[in-house]
Design a protein around this ligand. Sequence first.
Ligand SMILES: [Mg+2]
Length: 292
Amino acid sequence: MISGAALTAGPGPAGSLIRRPARVFGGYALDLDGTMYLGDELLPGAAQAIAAIRAAGAGVVFLTNNPLRTAASYARRLSGLGVPAGESEVVTPLGVLTAYLSREHPGAAVLTVAEPLVDATLAEAGIPVTADPAAAGVVVVSFDRTFSYAKLLAAYRAVRLHGAVIVATNPDPFCPTPDGGLPDCAAMLAAIEACTGARAEAVLGKPGEQMAAELLRRLATPAADTAVVGDRLLTDIGLSRSLGMASVLVLSGATSAGELAGAAVRPDYVIEGIGQLLPAGAPDGPENRSTA
Ligand SMILES: [Mg+2]
């Protein structure tokens, strides 16, 4: 059963689970797939919700765990779907990665188990990339559709023989696709961890604290005045918890009402879709708090 005062009864099949936010937050961090759009289709009310957030003077960033594309390409995609967005408003694991390496391992050479975009992103950020296991201080592992035994061997040698640490871009075991999905970063990470006996010192992306800190830095809002909006309990709602943000689950993507009812994770708010994100009558201030 649903516990506590977090959820109130309402009409409709998922009605007993629905709890719509009764306030406008200072900042919103929105998941993309399943929250803003599904495949090539913008979800109902998405463009209006973002326009209303901006009209209310609140901040917006968009989040993805996919390390295969740049922030700029996500911004172009959103803009093409009718939601104008800038590159700096998109947080991907690669943006978190360059910030993490610059802060935690300044000057260290990085050996990658990744696609070329990762190497290019690191190089652009002034982070040295090496193919020499003996020279590597960090092994970065990512979603890599060009993964090979040669790459695994190089990572093994860097970690096992030369003491490099492991950093992973995202924790996803597979990436959903229309034809059944693709093995994602966690699969490559598991191979490296298995042969080295080492564990990643950081796994970036949702629900990790580094991603949470990065989105708060971009929004420049306090955690308590920031809402994370997404369709997955473990990544999106989990992310909100790491630094004390509010959480809004949308039922338009990966999580069904039935799964939510049986889950241990409890979002602060639950809505059918992003069209219900703002209170009726928003933009508005504290006087807009309803009894919902
Ligand atoms: Mg999603």
